[in-house]
Write a protein that binds this ligand. Structure first.
Ligand code: HEM
Length: 162
């Protein structure tokens, strides 16, 4: 009986030690209020949402239309209120959706929209400068300017030279 008790005690001690050792090696994140940290805000949120995006797009379109180099590219669009309206909506949706906002871009692919225009590299770069000017006008911080530019710049291959 004594032997049995000793064996039982030894088994319990061994399993307690295993638990204790396991506890020591396990790492566990403990949140003080039981909630994990909120995910980093999307670029859409950091830009301020649809209002500020719309303001930037309007300024951007105005900058492009009045730019001496690329302005002529947009003269037919500016002269047709229906065309201008949908171009504007498409740009807003594209930036909203691309930055993680609740919009859906319903326009053409960048390749389809710009095929037949033979847009050049310098024209593309000039258009990007107009966007940067619009963002700077509305005090968009450098981080967000860079983040939006890095969403749009990869589109260059679908837009230039087709
Ligand atoms: C990252 C750069 C660019 C973006 C994100 C962009 C975006 C767009 C979008 C969303 C549309 C509308 C597509 C549709 O109708 O379904 C469009 C059309 C157009 N884009 Fe671009 N574009 C870019 C570069 C350029 C450049 C460099 C030019 C010329 C200098 C240009 C000229 C035009 C013109 C003329 C239209 C047709 C507008 C109309 O419907 O009347 N785009 N672009």
């Amino acid at each position: 009986m004594k032997k049995m008790n000793f064996l039982l005690a030894a088994t319990i001690a061994a399993s307690l030690m295993t638990v204790a050792c396991k506890k020591k090696t396990e790492t566990q994140t403990v949140y003080v209020d039981n909630t994990p940290p909120a995910p980093a805000p999307s670029l859409y949120t950091r830009l301020g949402g649809i209002g500020p995006i719309t303001a930037v797009v309007d300024k951007f379109i105005g900058n492009c239309a009045t730019n001496s180099f690329i302005g002529p590219r947009f003269s037919a669009t500016a002269a047709d209120s229906y065309r201008l309206k949908y171009f504007r909506y498409n740009l807003i949706d594209q930036i909203c959706a691309g930055s993680g906002g609740p919009c859906q871009y319903k326009g053409q692919t960048m390749l389809a929209a710009h095929t037949g225009m033979n847009i050049t590299g310098p024209e593309f770069d000039t258009l990007v400068v107009q966007l940067v000017k619009a963002m700077t006008f509305y005090n968009v911080p450098a981080q967000e300017q860079g983040d939006l530019a890095s969403i749009l710049l990869p589109m260059k291959t679908d837009i230039v030279g087709h």
